[in-house]
Design a protein around this ligand. Structure first.
Ligand SMILES: C[S@@+](CC[C@H](N)C(=O)[O-])C[C@H]1O[C@@H](n2cnc3c(N)ncnc32)[C@H](O)[C@@H]1O
Length: 270
């Protein structure tokens, strides 16, 4: 594990952090009053915040099952991992292929503090945690190459991450720079908050984040699809999170009939 030792990690509890708010939505205990307060404000815009988090997490489970099974992936680079929440990506991948190698990355120190849970690999496999910022893709690839063999396919997952990176901050460029060093046969997996269903609500959420010095960049289906330029989308292509290969996992019960506003897709590098 690179960076500081978990015990010396400084946690800023004066402002909300996306990893801790997501943990609150998922019913976790690794969050602070400031995170809960912000999460509750978001619930006033869309009361289904918990449904969104659970639906997103369930997509991660199903897409990882697909990658480890029909996708044939044995190496994973997961950026924006979040606070460990069982099952974590390596547990799902290693259930199918115990020799899977997984590198996790996040820039929030609270994830580093809890990273130990991400490092409990099968004996045949490997897991590693890097404290790094997605906006420095070259440095991530360089460090990840100590564990992953980039001459072979890697599954790159950017789940619920890119809506925290604005266009101005280089969201599209960072995806391009992360995909460029991947071998043919690699896969890109992305889930992302959608702005198409309630543009006004999305804009209000963006402002709530901005008032706290945070970035939120919900995107339309078309803007989301551009992350996959040059790649071959795996069936069913760009989809709502709940509609991506539902047969591969548990059904998430949600409130009401309106779609949970999150785009997802998996694509293969030719
Ligand atoms: C909503 S959580 C998603 C967790 C997990 N990927 C999932 O989908 O279940 C988003 C994560 O992205 C991380 N994150 C946000 N911006 C980041 C950046 N620039 N670099 C690395 N991680 C980032 C946050 O700290 C948080 O842990």
């Amino acid at each position: 594990m690179t960076g500081q030792e978990p015990t010396s990690v400084y946690i800023d509890t004066t402002k909300p952090h996306p990893a801790r708010m997501y943990d609150w939505f998922l019913g976790g205990k690794d969050n602070y009053p400031v995170d809960e307060e912000m999460a509750r404000q978001l619930l006033t815009l869309d009361a289904r915040g918990r449904d969104m988090a659970r639906t997103n997490r369930a997509f991660m489970h199903r897409s990882t099952r697909w990658l480890a099974g029909p996708g044939g992936m044995r190496q994973y680079l997961d950026i924006g991992t979040g606070i460990p929440t069982e099952p974590n990506l390596h547990q799902i991948a290693q259930q199918t292929a115990p020799d899977s190698r997984v590198v996790y990355t996040d820039n929030d120190p609270i994830v580093l503090r809890h990273a130990e849970a991400l490092l409990r690999s099968t004996p045949e496999g490997v897991t590693e945690y890097l404290q790094a910022d997605a906006r420095e893709p070259r440095s991530i690839v360089e460090q990840a190459a100590e564990v992953l063999d980039f001459s072979r396919p890697v599954a790159l997952s950017l789940n619920a991450l890119l809506h925290f990176v604005s266009d101005e901050d280089g969201a599209y460029e960072l995806v391009r720079d992360l995909v460029a060093p991947l071998a043919p046969g690699s896969h890109l997996v992305v889930s992302h908050v959608a702005s198409d269903f309630d543009p006004e609500g999305a804009e209000k959420a963006r402002r709530l984040y901005a008032e706290r010095g945070l970035t939120l960049a919900p995107r339309t289906r078309e803007q989301f699809g551009r992350f996959f330029d040059g790649l071959d989308l795996v069936e069913p292509g760009v989809a709502l999170a709940a509609e991506w290969r539902p047969e591969l996992g548990e059904r998430v019960e949600v409130t009401g009939d309106d779609p949970i506003p999150g785009w997802v897709a998996v694509a293969r590098k030719p």
